[in-house]
Design a protein around this ligand. Sequence first.
Ligand code: CDT
Length: 301
Amino acid sequence: MRVIRTAAAQLGPIQKAEDRDGVVARMIALMDEAKRQDADLIVYPELALTTFFPRWYHEDRAEADHWFEREMPGPATAPLFARAREHGMAMSFGYAELTPEGRHFNTAILVDRDGTIVGKYRKVHLPGHVEFDHERSHQHLEKRYFEPGDLGFPVWRMLGGILGMCICNDRRWPETYRVMGLQGVEMVVLGFNTPSVNGQRSAEGLEDRLFHHRLSVQAGAYQNGTWVVAVAKAGDEDGHPLMGGTLICDPNGKIVAELPGEADGVIVHACDLDETRFGKETIFDFARHRRPEHYGRITAQ
Ligand code: CDT
């Protein structure tokens, strides 16, 4: 058995006026609870440090720069890194990254038990739009504020296994999991901010959204023989509802733990990476069964 006791740490809403210090205090409280449950790894949501700011339109996009981190860890996140080191707990969380060259990414990191950042991922599939859209009930301006990730979908050896990351909308794309699956990934960790209703299709409500979320994660897990840990930022942010649905899915595609509600909370599950073997060695033994000669259209521009 190669067990990672994994905590999926959902954050409830973060209002526009809340500062990072308050959010980091909440993250530390969740980490302490995860430690009480003996977790090795804690996973937080996408853009964990702030409200989901891409819903707010700024004509001058530089006005949004205050939502971005210029260093990691920085002054606000140093206490989180310190507590993780103290607990000897690995972690992953998402944040908006502003590079020294002035590039903007929707980023997530993997941090080992000793506080070292071992992996960085930049969101590839950016949903939404660039300009203010009067047809929508709410804005989703990720394409305005971020550029698509430039790092692909790498995996990292950590905690005795092979771990990968993706972010929110990425979880809906089979290619995301498959690219990591081809590198032997055993656990994919991801955070998300998903509006409870579709801003362009009022008929698609919370139940459908939760269904498509679970469907995507469960399919990705099963078809690649990997654990998937999916963590929400949820609840009502300044009148804009985000769904919950924080869950841990096993390599068989079954949800083994799911957090009810939309508030701060943790679920911990003992994820045995050896459970990935069966799928990887049988029906999804890629070396024996894949037929890439027929998949050319997938990568054609
Ligand atoms: N954050 C994020 O990627 N959210 C998207 C919402 C899509 S609607 C424009 C998601 O796929 O959950």
